[in-house]
Design a protein around this ligand. Sequence first.
Ligand code: CA
Length: 380
Amino acid sequence: MSPIKKVTCHVVSAPVERPFTSSRGWLYKTRGSCIVEIETTDGIVGWGECYGPSAVAKAYIETQFAPRIIGRDAFDVEVIWEDLYNRIKDYGGRGMATSALSGIDIALWDIMGKSCGKPIHKLIGGAYRTEVTAYATGLYFIDMDRLIEEAVEEANEFVDNGFVAIKMKIGLGSPKLDIDRVAAVRKAIGDDVRLMVDANHCFTVPQAIRIGRELEKLNVEWFEEPISPEDIDGYVEVTRSLDMAVAGGENEFTRWGFRDLVVRKAMDIIQPDVCAAGGISECRKIATLASAHGVECIPHAWGSAIGLAATLHFLAALPDQPPSFKPMPPLLELEQCENPFRDLLSVEPILQKAGKVQIPTGAGLGIDINRSVLDRYRVA
Ligand code: CA
């Protein structure tokens, strides 16, 4: 038994020195998060994180979820999940309500691991791998006068730092400019570095198919979010039309949301985020669903060291898709934009070396939280 005593939300925000954007068009001027801290009566502290607007996650947790879990056993993690989900499903079965639920779920897994003295991945099936290949997410749009040059410089820097896989943003309102930019990056990094693109759903179906055919010639591994996430028929059409893999799903939630994508094979790769789609418990179910339908699962990650650690444990326990003599295991998304919560929140930061990131082996999430970072960036 690990009875829950207290739930605390830490809303944090840090300024970004060089604001950046994607095809979404909004400028990232700050990085923030809702960090969830859950304490048990036996003094164990578990940490979780919620993706998306942090004040909204905090409101869901404080008004809807926290009062329902005080006094309950953290080991009843799925019982709690079902109860909280059923509490909000009439008006919040997806979106921020599910993000808030994800933060609680991750914290409960951290508590269970700490209570048993085992890393989370040992409690959810075991370690298929002890390290993962990370891909650098970057090449956003910063200096509009140097879009191609800046992308090439950043890609070269990633390769110099050891990365063997890179994902770049596209969607500049000009297919020619997008293709020229991807071609320049491909030329700079050579054929041995894996390259993916992410359009953040800015294209129509015919635009996506047309640009996808050009991207295939540049040996792009996957085309992420070519079109709007609501258009499942459109995804089926784009996915069937292109030889390259199509990816998506970072804005989808729960097993029920992903069911409709995987049963139709609307995309080759689904990308649930453990801090959004329902936590570690729900992402395990989503991955199983995907595997049953022959769809790959490569999680989205864009959070702090807590979200990153949770993603690493999820990845460690994900079977090779498919298993083989020389499998191609799922990749870790390691975004490279300014983010002090990724770099400083864990006392020992999660870093890549020669493109690989080790799966934490300590109890629970396997990281120690630097509370001074929470204090420093706390939103009043
Ligand atoms: Ca993305």
